[in-house]
Design a protein. Structure first.
Length: 145
């Protein structure tokens, strides 16, 4: 009895696979692949503007904060917004519009209690990335490709 049931089950599975393949229900390979990001030069600099697709931005969980005003004419962002390049320069990624991001240098940086105070950089009110910063840096420089 069990042997008949086992053969019947195998036959049913085999037939369902054959019918699924014949009916075209298997996933098709996509002939077009959407790149997760596009790049455009920032006029007057060596920098790139990165524009992510909506799905890439969700996957990276991109989150922003607003540049605030600190004491004595400084600006302030959460320390999570900072990226320090191998040459020792401090940068943040601004979010000028939609899903576009570009690196912006900040100078004279002092970090206190998870806040980065700086003299020159994006003005108060500018959106800067605080989650997804290393991923944007990697995307800009092709790290991991």
């Amino acid at each position: 009895m069990l042997r008949k049931l086992g053969y019947g089950l195998l036959a049913a599975i085999a037939l369902s696979l054959i019918f699924a393949q014949a009916s075209g229900t298997e996933p098709e390979e996509s002939s077009s692949h959407e790149e997760p990001a596009t790049y455009a030069p920032v006029e007057g600099s060596d920098l790139l503007r990165i524009t992510l697709t909506e799905s890439a931005a969700k996957r990276l969980d991109i989150q922003t904060a607003i540049v605030g005003t600190g004491a004595e004419g400084t600006s302030v962002v959460p320390s999570a917004a900072l990226i320090i390049t191998p040459d020792g320069k401090h940068w943040v990624y601004t979010n000028p519009e939609g899903l576009a991001f570009q690196r912006h240098e900040i100078t004279d940086v002092v970090e206190v209690d998870h806040q980065a105070f700086f003299i020159e950089g994006p003005p108060a009110g500018t959106a800067v990335v605080v989650t997804g910063v290393p991923e944007l840096y990697g995307a800009e420089f092709g790290i991991g490709k």
